[in-house]
Design a protein around this ligand. Sequence first.
Ligand code: 13P
Length: 306
Amino acid sequence: MTETKRDLVAEIKRLKQERSALILGHYYQLPEVQDIADFVGDSLELSCRAATTPAKVLLFCGVYFMAETAAVLSPEKAVVIPDLQAGCPLAAMITPEALKAKRSQLREAVVVTYVNTTAAVKAESDIVCTSANGPKVVRSLPPDSTILFVPDRNLGQWVASQCPGRRLILWDGYCPIHDQIRPEDILQAKKEHPEAQVLAHPECRPEVLALADRVGSTSGILRFAREGSAREYIIVTEEGLLHQLRKENPGKEFYLASPRLICPDMKRITLDKVYQALRFLEPRVEIPAPVRERAVLAVKRMLATG
Ligand code: 13P
């Protein structure tokens, strides 16, 4: 680390104390941003931590919908995101209007909404899920329900495969980073590393997941690697996760399935922007009260499933 970076990190730590702020970071963040976070986790863990921390200021290092979920759960806290432009193309694939229109065609359907959506879309939903608890959330619903699963078709198809007998109607959205991976990418990586196990995120296409040894959320992948007996792993999710995988497992080798697995939105958050955000406590994430009051019900229903 350069001297300037060391000074920046020291300043961030000092300001964090002064502001009584908690820094939350997702596993897809730049390594140096993950390293200054008080807590690094997957979407579900970050939501839980946002809901329970006594800190008055949450500095959220991740994409906008994640910071918004924290603000939905903690209206009394100041939620700050270092770059307002850190969006999520998957979240942009569904609007509250489009969801309302679809819902009115399927009168009896229960809407299960992936956390990668805006608060306004969550407000039109019955229950939220993440990639860590999708099957559990679906199983918590009455067995004869028709489920409208939005907006990730790949995650929806994987959840359906884990819940035999459940009827899921899928929205046609996808994460462009995970969805671009093809079976050939995995076969090539396996050719290069024949002993490696393949660990994939459920936002990948079904034909890619079919080639994986294990499928899980980012924290699921971390657990598989920690507990697995293999020494080498091919990772099929955003490259930021490699930082934690390598930190936690110094004796194991991790290979990214493709160099294309980089989310430019996640990488918008830099140490410099973290410092500026802490200094000015801006940009803030603000959600209109009527939206928040409805969105929080769907998020809390998810948290109540345990
Ligand atoms: P996780 O909940 O598995 O961390 O996934 C977040 C995400 O946005 C995947 O693209």
